[in-house]
Ligand binder design. Structure first.
Ligand SMILES: Cc1cc2nc3c(=O)[nH]c(=O)nc-3n(C[C@H](O)[C@H](O)[C@H](O)COP(=O)(O)OP(=O)(O)OC[C@H]3O[C@@H](n4cnc5c(N)ncnc54)[C@H](O)[C@@H]3O)c2cc1C
Length: 380
């Protein structure tokens, strides 16, 4: 008898949960509608941090729909596996164990991340691999939809997220949609080729874009520019021209504080910049530092790599004016619309009193921990 009661109550629970995500044809678009309380768009580290935090806060896993076009750990997984990370292994390990809902203690795979020293850094594949496990694990808990979001609209107080096969509706949407390399400063001239930044960041893909007679300009002054320079200096080229409007800046540890934590060079790239770039540069490296890059700086170069940082990827249906309303302290973009990750980072005060954006996993984790409970408390 008790067993039958338990079965009945289980059936009732499942039925109740299904009503949350019940699908029915949407009259306007003729595709099935999924109803949820939360939609998280993006399964890079930003979206993963958000889903982990929502679950840790006790939000019903059946009320969350997680959408991504690939579920492959975002840009890190798609483009940067071979790129050296600038975060200490211990910080990545802390991230993985921080979220109860990740249940990373149940993972028995011995990832390379755990084999390096805690204070060492690793190629980003070191964190991508365990995050693949986490993504898979979280997808067993929340409802996930693998699809491209092609429109987002706000109607009658509800957000409508459109894909080719569904309309997902919810009062709250979190954008963790990531960023992409900034556009070139200038259109390439007839004799010039622009080498894509993603190819230049990876030492295994850059050689295919470079020949020994090339004169190559690298434009930029932050981590990605120095990583590109490090890769280029290892290849035979006629000349490398580094054009940067600010001098090299390192993250500096001073006791419990780190100055320029998010914007300064760290790890392998910082070591290379000190040892090679500053103290023993190759003879074919020319530096033009402290000036804006002009067309005449580039005229003598036949290849150009723009490493000027990243810009928010467009979000279909939402204007850049709306997205620029993003509050970098609360993560609120509009009523029921929130942002996290590299596209919507927290603005933090570093130890030197400078404001900078917290754009790493650790930053996303702290931001999610603070703002997700606030988002949950907002009534819609
Ligand atoms: C070269 C480089 C090195 C870095 N190294 C480190 C490091 O060592 N340590 C560190 O902590 N951080 C590092 N970062 C910073 C940061 O952690 C990464 O940039 C991170 O990938 C950002 O995560 P995200 O989730 O915000 O964005 P992304 O990783 O870009 O994820 C966005 C996701 O949204 C999805 N998406 C976007 N639009 C749509 C749509 N319309 N429909 C469906 N899906 C969509 C994409 O498929 C993607 O999966 C590095 C960044 C770069 C560029």
């Amino acid at each position: 008898m008790m067993q039958r009661v338990r079965c009945l109550s289980l059936l009732l629970t499942i039925t109740c949960q299904l009503t949350i995500t019940r699908q029915y044809a949407n009259a306007a678009t003729d595709v099935p509608t999924i109803t949820a309380k939360w939609i998280v768009i993006g399964a890079g580290p930003g979206g993963t941090s958000c889903v982990g935090q929502l679950l840790d806060e006790g939000v019903d896993s059946n009320s969350i729909v997680w959408v991504d076009k690939a579920f492959n750990v975002g840009r890190l997984g798609a483009c940067y596996r071979n790129v050296p990370g600038n975060t200490r292994n211990l910080v990545f390990i802390d991230y993985l164990y921080h979220y109860k809902s990740f249940e990373f203690n149940t993972c028995s795979i011995e990832y390379s991340l755990f084999k390096g020293g805690h204070n060492d850094t690793c190629p980003l594949n070191g964190i991508v691999q365990p995050l693949e496990w986490v993504t898979h694990h979280l997808r067993t808990k929340v409802r996930s939809v693998q699809a491209v979001v092609n429109n987002i609209a706000h109607k009658d107080g509800i957000w409508h997220v459109h894909t080719a096969e569904h309309v997902i509706i919810a009062p709250r949407v979190v954008l963790a949609t990531g960023s992409q390399p900034k556009d070139p400063l200038y259109q390439a001239q007839a004799h010039q080729t622009i080498i894509p930044l993603d190819a230049a960041l990876d030492a295994s893909t850059l050689p295919a874009h470079v020949t020994p007679t090339d004169v190559i300009a690298v434009v930029g002054s932050a981590h990605s520019a120095f990583l590109v320079l490090k890769n280029l200096c290892a290849l035979p080229t006629a000349k490398i021209v580094h054009i940067a409007n600010t001098p090299v800046c390192y993250a500096l540890e001073a006791g419990r504080h780190i100055f320029y934590k998010h914007t300064g060079l760290k790890g392998l790239v910082a070591r290379w910049a000190r040892e090679v770039y500053e103290n023993n540069p190759p003879p074919n490296l020319v530096k033009k530092i402290g000036e804006m890059c002009t067309l005449s700086d580039l005229a003598a170069c036949n290849k150009i790599i723009y490493a000027r940082g990243y810009q928010r990827s467009p979000v279909p249906g939402l204007s850049s004016e709306l997205l620029n309303n993003y509050d970098s302290h609360t993560g609120v973009i509009a009523p029921g619309l929130f942002g996290i990750g590299i596209a919507f980072p927290e603005l933090v005060l570093d130890a030197s009193g400078q404001y900078e954006y917290a754009i790493g996993l650790n930053g996303f984790m702290h931001f999610a921990q603070r703002v997700v409970p606030e988002w949950i408390a907002l009534k819609f």
